[in-house]
Write a protein that binds this ligand. Structure first.
Ligand code: C2E
Ligand code: MG
Ligand code: MG
Ligand code: MG
Length: 289
């Protein structure tokens, strides 16, 4: 095996690359028709208040059950959808689905939807949101839109107007994956966010000695508090992480410590048994979601 190993290795990598390109092409092709199938679903992960330990809202996360490849992560297929101009139909489908689903939940529970920057940039985005609210009858204050710093690359004046149009509808705005983007802090001066989501990369490993994550978390929390915005610590998995992010002042917690994302069916079963509560339970395993 040692002899000619170099060539063997080259062939190995090149066939792996070929396999990757093939997978990408198939995902592209299948994404174009995916809305005509029943392969997409929205799942929901609880976001818990640090003060009350009640679930205030759920984040909607898209799931794709591919007939041949099984579950494909949105981290893989959302960027592809953005590349092939499928993100707008996919995003509009998700928004409608989520608002319909949330209408069947307890009335004091909100829902947060991820919005791609490309979808947000469309001129008709605020009116699409309004249409969906009217069509489903969901109380606007129960809807939160999660956007990332990349929306600020679209030019500040237009983006600012977009924010104002959306806030006028009465929906909430959250800044997702905070701290990982490439924008400056200047947009926080005027953008009307209700919530900042501290990216999981600051939570992961935060309890290990000698890392800067807790200090960064405190700084983000202080900034958010000064701007009267809430903070969600994302990706909290262990009791130690939970204690630390609460000590650092995060107002809300999301992560496997409380629950992985649930299907609508599981959600309804849980909410039928009285108030929705989730206990912190040690390091949880990644569910089939
Ligand atoms: P995100 O918006 O930052 O969502 C949080 C991600 O962290 C989700 O991954 C969630 O399942 C995962 N997560 C939650 N708690 C934990 C934890 O304790 N540990 C770990 N390791 N992970 C945790 P998911 O569902 O794979 O989604 C990945 C990304 O795909 C999302 O990141 C979001 O950017 C995008 N995405 C998902 N659904 C949609 C959608 O409907 N529309 C758009 N435009 N993007 C979406
Ligand atoms: Mg999100
Ligand atoms: Mg996030
Ligand atoms: Mg993320």
């Amino acid at each position: 095996a040692a002899k000619g190993g170099g060539r063997g290795q080259y062939r190995f990598y090149s066939s792996e690359m070929k396999e990757g390109a093939k997978r990408r092409r198939q995902i592209e092709e299948d994404l174009r028709g995916v809305l005509d199938t029943a392969q997409l679903a929205m799942h929901y992960q609880p976001i818990v208040s640090a003060d009350t330990r009640q679930v205030e809202c759920f984040e909607a996360l898209m799931r794709w059950n591919h007939p041949e490849r099984g579950w494909i992560s949105p981290a893989e297929f959302i960027p592809v959808a953005e590349d092939i101009d499928m993100i707008k139909p996919l995003g509009e489908w998700a928004l409608l689905q989520v608002c319909r689903d949330a209408c069947a939940w307890p009335e004091d529970v909100g829902v947060a939807v991820n919005i791609s920057a490309l979808q947000f940039e469309c001129d008709d985005f605020p009116s699409k949101v309004e249409e969906v609210l009217i069509e489903t009858g969901l109380e606007p204050s129960r809807l939160e839109l999660e956007i990332t710093e990349s929306v600020f690359l679209g030019g500040s004046e237009r983006t600012q107007r977009k924010f104002e149009d959306i806030k006028k509808l009465g929906v909430r705005l959250a800044l997702d994956d905070f701290g990982t983007g490439y924008s400056s802090l200047s947009y926080l001066r005027t953008a009307p966010f209700d919530k900042i989501k501290i990216d999981q990369s600051f939570v992961r490993g935060c309890t290990e000695p000698g890392n800067n994550n807790p200090a960064i978390m405190s700084a983000i929390v202080n900034l958010a508090q000064a701007l009267e915005m809430q903070t969600v610590a994302e990706g909290v998995e262990s009791k130690d992480e939970l204690e630390l992010v609460i000590a650092r002042g995060a107002s809300h917690i999301q992560g496997y410590i409380f629950s992985a994302p649930l299907s609508q069916k599981d959600m309804l079963e849980r909410s039928a048994n009285g108030p929705l509560t989730f206990e912190a339970r040690g390091p949880a395993r990644y569910r089939a979601d």
